[in-house]
Write a protein that binds this ligand. Sequence first.
Ligand SMILES: *Cc1c(COP(=O)(O)O)cnc(C)c1O
Length: 354
Amino acid sequence: MTETLDINITQTSKSKLPETDLQNPTFGSVYADHMFIADYAEGEWKDLRIVPYGNLSISPANTTLHYASTIFEGLKANRAENGDVLVFRADANARRMQKSAVRMCMPEVPTELFMSGMTELLKLDREWVPTAPGTALYVRPFQLAMDPYIGIRPSSTYQFLIITGPVGGYYSEPVKVKIETHYTRAAQGGTGFAKTGGNYAAALKPAVDAQKEGFNQLIWTDAKTHEYVEESGTMNLMFVINDTLVTAPTGDTILNGITRDSIIQLAKDKGMAVEERPIKVTEVLEAIENGSMQEAFGAGTAATVAPIKLIHHDGTDYNLPSVDGWKHSKEFLDTLNKIKTGQIEDPHGWIMRI
Ligand SMILES: *Cc1c(COP(=O)(O)O)cnc(C)c1O
């Protein structure tokens, strides 16, 4: 670690903001004017800098290009009514990236470096945080190995970068999902709990196949028996059964989502029973059939809450009618949105004001 967190700032000479439609941003295609970069070499993070957003120069032998030595995070900055920029639980993202780093033999980015880099970047690009309801500035911190070496070994050099881009209100129509019983996302002892590139590359074919069959997303099951539901690949899975919030425990194979954790806390706050335990596919299907399943939804930063209206398993569709208008999903979504935009009190200290 450098002794002081001096960040060298080079501002862009031409902002892209005037030609950007901040009211209707599309996810993942527009990036703000600047990016944060730190280099790791000789055992320390150095040369912390903010530069105009632009291409990187990478050796064709770069180890990440060949062996996927890359980890990432995702969070959102929101606009409060008074214009302040608010960030939700960023320290939890910093800690999770450290866990991913350890699994991938990468040096950890200290929380202080993560937070200072993000804060300075957001200060500089604060006008990029959109104001329309439901919109946000998506923040994507990531870390990659930089050694120009095609042998297989941990790299000795790395970069940590943060890019940001405005994203639209992602209010999603209730989705149709398929319980995957052939392919596997994560196995015991594997990397499922880490946000590392290879997990997502390997999940593409099953997801594309499911989309061709008319489903929006997959529900992954355990690798060994395919008898237990796990998560959705970018979202954790939650059920309301008999007024109890039920979700699978995180561990090796299920990513420890910050939205999941926040919803569990909100449920406890309002006195709702919460169970974190293994959930059998048969339990889910039976609960739908006997009417005790009130709601099912995905929980993740992109959509926050994505209600599920149909679950497909092994040739059969199970419809999840909205008994009381997705009451719980809507309430969790609404409470989280209000905390994130400073409209209601933040009792758990989740918000940081930039
Ligand atoms: C990022 C992610 C989630 C959701 O995590 P949040 O912190 O809530 O955004 C869930 N599952 C996987 C596999 C993910 O990569």
